[in-house]
Design a protein around this ligand. Structure first.
Ligand SMILES: Nc1ncnc2c1ncn2[C@@H]1O[C@H](COP(=O)(O)OP(=O)(O)OP(=O)(O)O)[C@@H](O)[C@H]1O
Ligand SMILES: [Mg+2]
Length: 299
């Protein structure tokens, strides 16, 4: 998730899902954005005779029939433009924030990885995504303005956690740098500030205390921008381009760390009593030290 638009959320989600599926993992991709870009990226016609995430939010029990195969090991819960109306249609429902979670709980065990592509907002759709998720990945462009929304984003994750109770905690796993050009001083400074920000959070009881900036960044690569118009993933369209290599490596890292986490959990003793909820925090997001020098007021 990232409430900022055009920061690489869909490109990252679709191609990570594809990379995991190609590695033999069973994957469900949920397109939670009324723009339906993830659906289009996979060349699936939204709503063509099958239910979509819009229907699932209205009737969580319809999820099993709404999931359709898109590639080997890769399934999708499509979006459609009607989804834009769901937040107002569901506004009066007591369980409006947990509809997706209720639905997903019915099919979760069928998949090893469920990736949710959130819309560029912090509205009811994104909150449903967060309530259904275990981890948050934040695709981001490494420039000054990209950092401005971080505090709001992190506070939202914190709020979702508090609403769900500490036993069910959602964590921010990391930032994925998208469309990256590591040759500029500004980019390097923003990445260094992000590294420092997450490093300082290690000792705090916050959902991003284990977060980091993933390496490698996903390089700016025109092939990644071209492949959605062919309804292809980057691995089908240009499997050896720099963008494909970066995303494949990222998927490998995420899958390996998930396997390690599972192995640790399998051998760990049962958890003690549920800890009390953590108090709310005010988040000060990182700002580049030289922000003013770049003509943008810091903070
Ligand atoms: N590494 C990259 N190199 C070049 N172009 C890219 C790269 N990643 C994404 N793009 C292009 O940048 C644009 C925005 O990317 P994308 O749609 O993934 O962002 P988003 O955060 O999902 O946007 P939205 O907020 O509208 O959902 C798209 O045209 C996409 O093809
Ligand atoms: Mg998108």
């Amino acid at each position: 998730m990232n409430q900022k638009g055009g920061v690489g959320k869909t490109t990252t989600t679709v191609n990570l899902a594809a990379a995991l599926a190609r590695a033999g993992r069973s994957v469900l991709l949920i397109d939670l954005d009324p723009q339906a870009h993830a659906t289009l990226h996979l060349g699936v016609e939204a709503g063509a005779g099958h239910a979509t995430v819009y229907d699932v939010l209205h009737d969580p029990d319809s999820i099993a029939g709404a999931i359709i195969p898109a590639r080997e090991n890769l399934n999708i819960l499509c979006s459609e433009t009607d989804l834009a109306a769901a937040p107002s249609e569901l506004a009066a429902s007591h369980d409006r924030l947990t509809r997706l979670r209720l639905a997903l709980d019915q099919v979760r065990s069928r998949f090893e990885f469920v990736l949710i592509d959130c819309p560029p907002s912090l509205d009811l759709l994104t909150l449903n995504g967060l309530a259904a998720a275990r981890e948050v990945f934040v695709p981001m462009l490494a420039h000054f303005l990209a950092l401005q929304g971080m505090s709001k984003l992190l506070e939202t994750v914190q709020r979702v956690n508090q609403a769900a109770g500490a036993a069910d905690s959602l964590r921010v796993t990391g930032v994925i740098l998208a469309m990256h050009d590591g040759s500029t001083t500004l980019t390097r400074e923003v990445v260094a500030d992000l590294d420092r920000f997450f490093e300082q959070a290690r000792e705090q009881d916050v959902p991003w205390r284990g977060a980091r900036v993933y390496r490698p960044p996903v390089r700016r690569n025109i092939k990644l921008a071209e492949c959605p118009s062919f309804g292809k993933t980057i691995f089908e369209y240009a499997p050896t381009c720099p963008g494909a290599l970066d995303l494949a490596q990222l998927a490998e890292t995420i899958a390996r760390e998930w396997d390690e986490f599972q192995a640790r959990r399998a051998t760990a003793p049962a958890p003690a009593a549920v800890p009390p909820p953590v108090p709310p925090v005010t988040v000060r997001a990182p700002t580049p030290r030289r922000g003013a020098a770049h003509g943008v007021p810091p903070g």
